[in-house]
Design a protein around this ligand. Structure first.
Ligand SMILES: Nc1ncnc2c1ncn2[C@@H]1O[C@H](COP(=O)(O)OP(=O)(O)O)[C@@H](O)[C@H]1O
Ligand SMILES: CC(=O)N[C@@H](CCC(=O)OP(=O)(O)O)C(=O)O
Length: 297
């Protein structure tokens, strides 16, 4: 009996959060580094489905950086990153689209849908579907300068940035209980595909939808300081310094840039959490303590 009562108490403890978040939009960025094994992928899918069933409007934006690099290697091509951004020539763009809009997108959709039934289903989209993500070539001058990093001389090829999000398409899906699962490939002039960093994409989508929360799921506990200790609360104003001092490197750079712009454009809460912890999304959403790093204005 006691065990059953304890279970009832746990369910009741979620009520304040469910009440607060009912009908709100959450954007969840699912990083390629967090897609580690079958069990974790399944726990991610179950968490997403649970959020949807308690009335939260969930949008998933996924990455797949490590998986792109592995596939490039299989084809005898080399991955090359500049300031956390993948240099993308035409051949690389082809692989990016194959891996992101093909394999990964469809796997996530199928996995989520093993836990749902009508009328809640995941729907996979890339930014090229329904002109979801209008894009243009990344303005590297402003991108790198804003981060306080040296602007690279080399051309980054088909690396894009989001110009416009087709909000009507996403809203139509969310209103009908669908869970959009988005691959970060944009469409530019003449239908050209662009490779967009998934963190930047998630942030733009959250801004366009005026989301309540963006949660970045990755393969580290959160943002670490120079001693390697977890920063539980990070002020946006400290981010450029952490980058210029080299405390924050690689893939964490676009992530933090994404957090900064999401907060600036009105997204209420931004979190970076450890996707290697089972049910990390539930721990973040349904507990006061939360986990990982929360970024505040
Ligand atoms: N200060 C830092 N704190 C935490 N992680 C950092 C930091 N600087 C660099 N990183 C790196 O950023 C990585 C996460 O970015 P990335 O590999 O792009 O993940 P994802 O695929 O989830 O976007 C971490 O695994 C870590 O190696
Ligand atoms: C331009 C650029 O760098 N695009 C990324 C897109 C995938 C991504 O962002 O994946 P993660 O979230 O797993 O890092 C790339 O090619 O790796």
């Amino acid at each position: 009996m006691q065990t059953l009562l304890d279970r009832a108490k746990i369910l009741q403890s979620a009520l304040p959060y469910i009440r607060e978040f009912y009908g709100k939009v959450f954007v969840i960025k699912y990083g390629g580094s967090a897609m580690i094994n079958e069990q974790l992928r399944d726990s991610f899918a179950r968490d997403v489905v649970l959020l949807a069933y308690v009335g939260i409007k969930v949008v998933v934006v996924h990455g797949g950086g490590p998986q792109i690099s592995q596939t490039l290697e299989k084809f005898g091509l080399k991955a090359h990153f500049v300031g956390g951004v993948r240099k993308t020539d035409a051949e690389t763009m082809h692989v990016v689209e194959m891996v992101l809009s093909g394999d990964i997108n469809k796997d996530i959709v199928a996995l989520i849908n093993t836990h749902t039934k009508k009328p809640i289903y995941a729907v996979g989209l890339s930014g090229r579907d329904g002109e979801l993500l209008r894009a243009k070539k990344l303005d590297k001058e402003s991108y790198f300068k804003e981060l306080g990093l040296e602007v690279p001389e080399e051309d980054l090829g088909f690396v894009g940035e989001v110009e416009e999000v087709n909000v009507e398409l996403l809203q139509a899906l969310l209103e009908r209980n669908y869970i959009p699962v988005i691959a970060p490939v944009g469409v530019g002039e003449g239908g050209q595909a662009y490779n967009i960093n998934a963190d930047l994409c998630a942030s733009k989508i959250a801004q366009a939808l005026k989301a309540e929360k963006v949660i970045f799921l990755t393969d580290t506990e959160g943002v670490k300081d120079k001693d390697g200790s977890l920063i539980s609360t990070l002020h946006a104003r400290d981010i450029p310094r952490l980058i210029s001092e080299g405390v924050v490197k690689g893939g964490m750079i676009p992530k933090l840039k994404s957090c900064m712009s999401a907060l600036k454009e009105g997204v209420k809460k931004v979190h970076i959490i450890d996707g290697r912890v089972p049910h990390s999304i539930l721990l973040e959403v349904f507990t006061d303590e939360g986990i990982g790093t929360q970024i505040v204005p």
